[in-house]
Design a protein around this ligand. Sequence first.
Ligand code: C2E
Ligand code: MG
Ligand code: MG
Ligand code: MG
Length: 275
Amino acid sequence: KAKETGRGKAYAYVPELDAERKQIATLEGQLRQALARDEIKPVFQPLVSTSTQRICGVEALARWQTETGSVAPDVFIPLAERSGMIDELGMKILASSICAAAQWGTLGLSVNISPIQLCNPNFVEGVVALLEKEKFDARRLTLEITEGVLISNPDQARRAITSLKTYGIKFALDDFGCGFASIGALRQFGFDRMKLDRSLVWGLDDSGSGSGVLSATIALATALKIPVTAEGIETERQAEALGLAGCDQLQGYLVGRPMGAEELEVLILRDRQAA
Ligand code: C2E
Ligand code: MG
Ligand code: MG
Ligand code: MG
């Protein structure tokens, strides 16, 4: 039965494919326009220390609000990558995140970087120039990258990482545990932090080997002196388990959703008063 539908598709779906292509082209045009109008903006999600329970940093996440609704980063980031807009989009997000975070004392700032940006020969220079212009302490900045680029362009990735690290910028390996990256890669490329993918965190809730794999992974990273952030923490139970397993930072809806700068500032104030 599946085969029948599969074969039928090649004929019956051509007009729809065409429509899909048109839709993507339209979306690409809208993204180009939104970018030119500075309508792609970051929101910020708090990172909380498991030992102090206080906010120790934020992750910037890009948002695109159109007249008809919001488009998810999982849609517009790949689109920007395919259509040559990611370098500009990425630098704009980095610039506006740095401007906002400049008001937040010594709070750490994490920004996601696309593999395409990291492999762009002008990237290092661009980031350094931006930090200088904004007088932003490089040691406050962490760049988050996913493992794909370590496999597709290991030499370029290593070069960019090594040179940005000399300025004091830190690197986090994002979404660890949902792909092929090994713990060894953390060390080889000089990562300062591992971010456990939420699929791994959620594996805790299934019966079976999930929690064993999780605690072994955290223990290995810790043995290499690489601190671990757990992503996607939604329940008290997860927060407690991940803290006990050795994560020094938690991120997730339980501790705070991604939010605008003003809302975050209120949270930071409250957090400091509670100390
Ligand atoms: P990421 O870097 O792994 O970011 C974490 C994602 O998990 C964010 O999704 C965040 O909203 C979501 N999240 C956080 N806590 C929870 C939770 O407790 N439960 C659930 N279900 N989700 C949670 P978002 O904002 O949709 O971003 C998706 C991905 O898009 C990011 O994953 C990142 O890979 C990419 N992205 C976002 N902004 C940028 C950017 O400025 N540049 C680049 N290159 N990529 C970006
Ligand atoms: Mg990230
Ligand atoms: Mg992640
Ligand atoms: Mg992700």
